[in-house]
Ligand binder design. Structure first.
Ligand SMILES: C[S@@+](CC[C@H](N)C(=O)[O-])C[C@H]1O[C@@H](n2cnc3c(N)ncnc32)[C@H](O)[C@@H]1O
Length: 223
């Protein structure tokens, strides 16, 4: 069940994929240009990769979907993993990472949905990305993530939630048109198991913003 706030398109089941993708890209371009990417320096955002690293074999290959400035990519690279980072927005921070980590780091600007098929990874990080997609596209988005992982590969995803357990999810739309969905644990588990993943860990991390939290989910791709 989903509650919709200030939203007039996607939650009725009609995909607004094309126009919404452009709205999302423009909104994120603007946020980075304005230096309004508060998430890049938010401590609660950096709890996801340590959760994943506890389960990763040395020298794993990881795709960081919606990598932003590359804060998680940097943590993974420093831990000895190889990272492909993809984001709608090409960010200047990538250059220093490319210089420091050479062939272990690669970067692609564009929509994850449009990435050329082919390579698979040991793990995928989705830190704050899925919950901004059009809900009508969640299944396709997760099918793409699944295709990128080898069987048994790990997905670490961070979703908006509230500090107190939500009875049902909430879909918000910001003034710039970006959608943000708050999930509860049951919904997150159902979404991932329906997409061919087995959830192996769930953690709630409180944010500094009153009443808000992230739901960190670690899941394994079924065979
Ligand atoms: C809230 S930010 C999080 C950034 C980064 N993961 C972090 O931890 O700092 C979400 C990021 O996802 C990117 N993004 C959103 N939808 C995307 C998509 N469909 N394909 C690629 N990147 C996407 C945005 O441009 C933005 O940089």
């Amino acid at each position: 069940m989903t509650t919709t706030n200030q939203h007039d398109g996607a939650a009725d089941g009609t995909s607004t994929a094309g126009p919404y993708r452009e709205v999302l890209r423009e909104a994120f371009v603007r946020r980075y240009e304005d230096g309004a990417d508060s998430w890049s320096e938010e401590p609660a955002m950096r709890e996801l990769v340590p959760l994943l690293c506890g389960e990763l074999a040395a020298g794993s290959s990881v795709i960081d979907i919606g990598a932003g400035r590359g804060r998680d990519a940097e943590l993974l690279l420093a831990a000895g993993h190889r990272v492909t980072a993809v984001d709608l927005v090409r960010l200047p921070d990538w250059d220093a990472l490319a210089r420091r980590y050479g062939a272990a780091a690669s970067f692609e600007a564009g929509d994850f949905a449009d990435m050329a098929a082919g390579r698979t990874y040991d793990a995928a990080v989705d830190n704050g990305v899925l919950h901004h997609q059009d809900p009508a596209d969640y299944a396709q988005y997760l099918a793409n993530v699944r295709r990128r992982l080898r069987p048994g590969g790990l997905l670490a995803v961070s979703l908006f939630t509230t500090a107190e357990e939500l009875a049902e999810g909430v879909l918000n739309r910001a003034e710039d048109g970006r959608l943000s969905r708050w999930f509860n644990e049951r919904e997150a588990r159902e979404l991932l198991s329906g997409a061919g993943f087995t959830v192996i860990a769930v953690r709630t991390v409180r944010r500094e913003l009153p009443g808000l939290a992230y739901l960190l989910v670690l899941a394994r791709r079924d065979a």
